[in-house]
Design a protein around this ligand. Structure first.
Ligand code: NAD
Length: 246
């Protein structure tokens, strides 16, 4: 389980799934750069990592903004060294009936959920290529398999991220950098609790009869970040309690 003190950037790590991923990768000895637009959330995650004996820094950054991404990456490199692991987790998931989605909202969702990971990957990939080792893990969504009511913008963004993951996996396959994705099912986070869904009732329709925990997603990410996953690229670890298979 050792990540050998490598540096990991986890976006949106001030809450929910991202926080659990940051804590788990820190437990596995990575040095963590906790990036979030919510600085208080990021600082709280760093406190939790340090309390558990890990190393982390908090960076307040809008992960859809190119200049902010570059500044955050430079700060990460200066404080923790070259970036070896990137988890693109930051995202927003509004519910809007399709005919009510205005063009600005569509663009905002695409900017945060898809263009952000594109910009981030471009920013940090040179570190990984220079080292001949890297891991990019994209947090997508099981809604790409199922569709999701009133989420035409969101599902489009996550479907795009899945496509990008596979394209880059192929393009960079010989380089030692892998690109994989983890689509969560229904995971108990502030995002899910804010959604117009009765999560506890929904849980009873799932094969495992429970909503997932952020730690379930973190465990899949920890595996993909590890040495053991070095021959795995362009793949998906669906973490959804058995809701969708194959
Ligand atoms: P969350 O709302 O609890 O956490 C998301 C974090 O991302 C927040 O801390 C937020 O401040 C941050 N963020 C949002 N926009 C940002 C930006 N522009 N720049 C930087 N940080 C930003 O949500 P979560 O449930 O932990 O979701 C994490 C990821 O998992 C998201 O990509 C989400 O789409 C995906 N996901 C979640 C579920 C679920 O059931 N919770 C299901 C499928 C996919």
């Amino acid at each position: 389980r050792s990540l050998n003190g490598r540096t990991a950037v986890v976006t949106g790590a001030g809450s929910g799934i991202g926080r659990a991923i940051a804590l788990r990768l820190a437990e596995d000895t990575a040095k963590i750069a906790v990036w979030d637009i919510n600085g208080d959330g990021a600082a709280e995650t760093v406190k939790l990592i340090e309390a558990a004996g890990g190393t982390a820094i908090a960076i307040t950054a809008d992960c859809s903004d190119k200049a902010a991404i570059h500044a955050a990456a430079e700060e990460t490199r200066a404080k923790l060294g070259p970036i070896a692991i990137l988890v693109n987790n930051a995202g927003i998931a509004p519910f809007t009936p399709f005919m009510d989605i205005d063009d600005d909202l569509f663009d905002k969702v695409i900017h945060i959920n898809l263009r952000g990971p594109y910009l981030l990957t471009k920013e940090v990939l040179p570190d990984m290529l220079a080292a001949g080792w890297g891991r990019v893990i994209n947090i997508t969504s099981s809604s790409v398999q199922s569709g999701s009511f009133a989420q035409g913008h969101y599902v489009s963004s996550k479907g795009g991220l899945m496509g990008m993951t596979k394209a880059l996996a192929l393009e960079f396959a010989p380089s030692g950098v892998t690109f994989n994705m983890v689509p969560p099912g229904f995971i108990d986070t502030p995002m899910l609790r804010a959604a117009p869904i009765d999560a506890d009732a929904f849980a009873q329709t799932l094969p495992m009869k429970r909503i997932g925990k952020p730690e379930d997603i973190a465990a899949a990410c920890a595996y993909l970040a590890s040495e053991e996953a070095s021959y795995i690229t362009g793949q998906t670890i669906s973490t959804n309690g058995g809701r969708y298979m194959g």
